[in-house]
Design a protein around this ligand. Structure first.
Ligand SMILES: NC(=O)c1ccc[n+]([C@@H]2O[C@H](COP(=O)([O-])OP(=O)(O)OC[C@H]3O[C@@H](n4cnc5c(N)ncnc54)[C@H](O)[C@@H]3O)[C@@H](O)[C@H]2O)c1
Length: 332
């Protein structure tokens, strides 16, 4: 049976790949909402919008006038729109809180059992960024399961504007939708990467240094570890969570836990893939950045049967190729 699907933030990174993936089923109708504040109306997005089963609503989710453009009913709502990006956490913390909380609240206010089949809210590992630091016992929390306590260890640090907005978002989703009796799932993404992920994350920045042949190659931090998950795996996991009734009312971690790597090692790996020989210069990590992040994905596998498959080497190669091409186009 054909489905009506709403994807917010679809001009951005993950939701764009997700919307494209969902639109492959030509019977389904995909509506994408974005205000293009961070998302891009580039050639890839235009090509996607040309598909007959795709509709684009350019709207600001912090207002409510977009309600008039929505369909009467969505079987599935993927809410991924957010003000994301570490730079914004520090430079515009009040805007991060305003956009992330208001966008979600407006959507939750619109949802009724008659117009919404199920809603999925994309939270983040940043919602527990303070936990490991505050409680100290790494072995108890790593890799992190879904029941990890959510902690903000320093309200005065603007970085927690984002993690805080996701923590509040989880509370809003659970309590609004339980009250309204609408099925929901919450996912927490862990370091998703690929081409078209923007320019402010660590991997695009490393690709830029490779493009510029920066030598010595600067790294901020370096010893912190992350478990990166290629976007194709992340979106398949996202759809699997939406489509599994076992995930209703559940929080599920999405990521790839078996190739945890330090930032310095990933820089070296990228340079090796690019055949770029250089020295490394280590500078201090930004304040509030966590030392270790790695999801436990047992629950995802248990409830959906899905497990991330794309290894780091393959994902990094694709990402590097995309960015080197993009930087070269931008230069010309
Ligand atoms: N990328 C990751 O590794 C990661 C990790 C954890 C959580 N997440 C979460 O996943 C979701 C997608 O992340 P992403 O990396 O693709 O981010 P992104 O910034 O690339 O995409 C977010 C999109 O939301 C849109 N948007 C922002 N404010 C809006 C508004 N007021 N109205 C309408 N649209 C608006 C932006 O224009 C952008 O296209 C976000 O909720 C993010 O917090 C991502």
């Amino acid at each position: 049976m054909s489905k009506n699907i709403l994807v917010t933030g679809g001009a951005g990174f993950i939701a764009f790949y997700l919307a494209k993936f969902l639109a492959k089923n030509s019977e389904d109708k995909i509506t994408v909402v974005d205000n293009l504040s961070r998302g891009r109306h580039d050639a890839e997005f235009s090509t996607f919008l040309n598909q007959p089963n795709v509709k684009f609503i350019e709207a600001d989710l912090t207002k409510t006038d977009y309600y008039a453009q929505l369909e009467n009913h969505y079987d599935a709502i993927y809410h991924l729109a957010a003000l994301n990006g570490t730079k914004y956490f520090y430079e515009k913390p009040q805007e991060v809180l305003r956009v992330n909380i208001l966008s979600l609240m407006n959507l939750l206010e619109w949802c009724t059992p008659a117009n919404t089949g199920k809603l999925l809210f994309s939270s983040s590992s940043e919602a527990y960024a303070g936990t490991v630091k505050s409680f100290g016992q790494y072995e108890n929390f790593m890799p992190s399961k879904e029941n990890i306590p959510l902690t903000i260890d320093d309200v005065m640090n603007p970085r927690f504007s984002y993690g805080g907005s996701k923590l509040i978002g989880e509370l809003l989703t659970v309590n609004y939708l339980r009250t309204k009796k609408i099925p929901f799932s919450i996912i927490r993404y862990h370091n998703i990467y690929a081409g078209r992920m923007g320019f402010e994350h660590v991997l695009p920045e490393f690709c830029k240094r490779i493009f510029d042949k920066q030598n010595p190659f600067k790294i901020f931090g370096g010893s912190e570890t992350r478990a990166f998950c290629y976007v194709d795996d992340a979106i398949e996991a996202t759809a699997a969570v939406m489509n599994s009734q076992k995930c209703d009312g559940e929080i599920v971690h999405i990521g790839k836990s078996d190739e945890e790597i330090s930032i310095k090692d990933i820089a070296e790996k990228l340079c090796r893939i690019a055949n770029f020989d250089c020295e490394f210069e280590i500078e201090a990590a930004p304040s509030g950045s966590v030392n270790r992040r790695c999801p436990d994905t047992t629950k995802l596998k248990l409830l959906t049967g899905f497990e991330a498959k794309i290894n780091l080497e393959t994902g990094l190669k694709k990402t590097l190729d995309w960015y080197l091409k993009k930087y070269s186009e931008m230069k010309n």
